[in-house]
Ligand binder design. Structure first.
Ligand code: SF4
Length: 462
């Protein structure tokens, strides 16, 4: 089993599959090239982006992410300003300064190939990286094929072709309470007997000291809250050319001034403003947590900020941990049984999954039983089935920012419905996950992060 900490990763926006994954892939490629002995004689690098990575790569900032990965940056630790400066230096000099090497030629205009016409065999987000030697030969000296499989996860062609379709995870730990379905998770909760968060924590205990797990999950909470704070304070127009105005700061000012405070609908405003703050930061390339992806990164933080913090916004650790362990456990089910990649599943696999995770986590915070938590997660997905991915201009802005706000409100409502439900509903979480998977497979590629259909073709770019 994966760890919940594999699901929640700190990275730079705007996209986990098109930014975080490609950055990791580029860095990994150079590591493998060095290990194989081919890097020392390298003179030029070429990167071929295939499928969805090519079709929405420019809007999603994939070119920049690739260059940063080749320069040795990590999505988790890259400082946005430092990364920006290094990126511009590489673009201007048309070369890459690789640690311990003489500079390698790399012209972003001619050495990044956008092959939207290629349908990659194993996953829609394919990447081929090639090294060329100093002998001037047209034949690459070292080639690798990778896939960015959603949520910042990556896989080599060799590993993805295996029946288990595993991702490249550095820390493969054992889990005493291993589960492959919601039904198995529920059965474990009943027989042990344990709440979902306690069971997830017991699994994490096999990988590292409990205090270390707490420290890491608290860091995820703090990064989510810091992202909200930056988004609430930062004004301006989002990059990319669509001229989308950041709306969170203005709405936040109104809410702080007490506008609409007596309206019953004020709850929506607070949830909306937190979610939009995160997604506006994400669109601007800021630091966010994949939850489970960057495009859907606003839903969990918004629920966490509203329901797991005090009035000043300080996290109540016990609530925040429970929320993230339960929602993370639900996210693992989607990752294991279907996919969290918009390029494979459409937006139901991103915003739909985030809504489902947040609904289950919030139900747990409200004291729901394991069965009710899973029912909340089921409702959270059931009403996102079929949701397409059609970002205008290939940017993670329209419809993504508002979609996170809507998804947050929907998650809270799903948790409420489940809380008032006695016993299991007619539809199980496993059934809805399988339905999402089948719907995703049936969905035309036009609606799966290619910007070839939906809003992306009907909204005229300014
Ligand atoms: S439409 Fe949904 S899946 Fe597509 S980029 Fe936006 S948030 Fe991600």
């Amino acid at each position: 089993m994966l760890s919940v900490l594999d699901l929640f990763r700190v990275g730079l926006g705007p996209s986990s599959s098109h930014t975080v994954g490609p950055m990791r892939i580029a860095k990994r490629f150079l590591r493998e090239a060095r290990k194989s002995g081919h890097l020392a004689s390298a003179n030029r690098i070429e990167v071929e982006l295939q499928g969805s990575l090519a079709l929405t790569g420019i809007g999603h900032g994939t070119d920049k992410a690739v260059i940063l990965g080749l320069l040795g940056f990590d999505p988790e630790t890259a400082e946005p300003d430092e990364a920006e400066a290094a990126f511009h230096q590489a673009v201007t000099s048309k070369s890459l300064h690789v640690a311990g090497q003489s500079d390698i030629r790399f012209n972003p205009v001619s050495d990044i190939l956008y092959r939207g016409d290629v349908v990659p065999e194993l996953h829609p987000n394919g990447m081929v990286l090639r090294l060329f030697g100093a002998d001037g030969s047209d034949a690459p000296s070292f080639t690798r094929v990778y896939y960015s499989t959603g949520g910042g996860f990556i896989s080599s062609a060799r590993r993805l072709a295996r029946p288990a379709k595993d991702d490249v995870i550095e820390d493969q730990g054992r889990s005493p309470f291993s589960f492959g379905s919601a039904a198995e998770l529920l059965a474990l909760c009943e027989t042990t007997p344990m709440a979902i968060d306690a069971l997830i924590l017991a699994n994490e205990d096999e990988r590292r000291d409990r205090e270390k797990t707490y420290a890491q999950i608290d860091l995820i909470t703090d990064t989510m809250l810091a992202c909200i704070e930056r988004g609430l304070q930062t004004e301006g127009i989002l990059p990319g050319g669509l001229e989308v105005q950041r709306r969170a700061p203005d709405l936040y000012r109104k809410l702080k001034a007490g506008a609409g405070v007596n309206e019953r609908e004020a709850l929506f405003d607070w949830l909306n403003v937190y979610a939009m703050a995160v997604n506006e930061e994400n669109a601007a390339g800021g630091r966010v947590v994949t939850a489970p992806t960057n495009g859907a990164a606003g839903i969990l933080p918004a629920v966490l900020r509203h329901y797991c913090c005090d009035d000043e916004g300080v996290p109540i650790r016990s609530k925040a941990r429970r929320f993230l362990f339960v929602s993370g456990g639900i996210g693992l089910l989607y990752k294991q049984r279907a996919s969290i990649s918009g390029a494979e599943m459409g937006c139901q696999g991103e915003v739909g999954v985030a809504c489902s995770m947040a609904a289950g986590g919030l139900a747990a915070v409200w004291g729901a039983s394991p069965a009710q938590c899973l029912a909340a997660a089921e409702i959270g997905m059931e009403h996102n089935l079929g949701l397409t991915c059609d970002p205008v201009g290939g940017l993670v802005q329209i419809p993504c920012i508002e979609r996170n706000a809507i998804g947050t409100v929907k998650a809270v409502n799903a948790a409420r419905l489940a809380l008032h439900q006695s016993g299991a509903g007619k539809v199980s979480l496993d059934q809805v996950i399988e339905t999402m998977r089948q719907t995703g497979l049936d969905m035309s590629s036009k609606y799966k992060e290619t910007s070839e259909g939906g809003l992306a073709v009907n909204v005229v770019e300014c």
